[in-house]
Design a protein around this ligand. Structure first.
Ligand SMILES: CC[C@@H](C(=O)O)C(=O)SCCNC(=O)CCNC(=O)[C@H](O)C(C)(C)COP(=O)(O)OP(=O)(O)OC[C@H]1O[C@@H](n2cnc3c(N)ncnc32)[C@H](O)[C@@H]1OP(=O)(O)O
Ligand SMILES: [Co+2]
Length: 134
């Protein structure tokens, strides 16, 4: 079951500059910064009440973020939904005809297991599912 929007991912070119910008905008400092080598990204997380924003900077030219910035420029990269059981949701969505981009859940940032749905099957929006690692 999808429970809530867990975070909105924003692709940025310079995470230090964007951290300062979003700290000013949201009036709060990022609560976490984390590099996820397997995804080719450095992230930072801001929280405003129930809403989380994930800033993403590419750490190499083959990162999905580097490709996204090249094609579309900075902006919203994905919407992440929290799920109670990621494997059950991956199976359900596959049966519903969505293209799940990884066969098994992978380790994301902020203590989560994650998977992605191809944006071509979701009206051009990259969807992330995430489940807290308990
Ligand atoms: C930090 C971990 C984690 C977390 O815990 O929160 C993250 O958030 S990691 C975020 C970064 N990781 C990912 O994005 C992984 C999932 N993405 C992918 O597997 C790929 O990026 C992709 C979506 C399959 C696209 O890869 P690829 O086909 O190699 O790239 P192209 O550049 O050729 O794109 C093809 C096509 O798709 C469009 N596209 C790409 N990314 C997005 C996007 N984020 N939103 C909407 N559309 C996207 C791209 O524009 C191309 O379209 P056309 O040009 O019309 O063909
Ligand atoms: Co994310």
């Amino acid at each position: 079951m999808l429970t809530n929007v867990e975070h909105i991912g924003i692709a940025v070119r310079d995470i230090a500059a964007s951290n300062a910008l979003f700290a000013k905008l949201l009036n709060v400092q990022p609560y976490k910064s984390e590099t996820v080598e397997a995804e080719g990204v450095t992230t930072s997380f801001f929280q405003v009440n129930q809403t989380k924003i994930e800033l993403l900077e590419a750490i190499n030219p083959t990162s999905p973020i580097a490709k996204f910035l090249e094609k579309k420029g900075e902006g919203i990269h994905h919407i992440a939904f929290e799920v109670d059981d990621i494997r059950t949701e991956m199976d359900r969505l596959q049966q519903e005809g969505f293209t799940v981009l990884n066969e098994t859940p992978k380790r994301g940032a902020d203590n989560k297991l994650v998977c992605f749905l191809h944006p071509k099957g979701t009206n051009g929006v990259l969807i992330e599912l995430c489940q807290e690692i308990r």
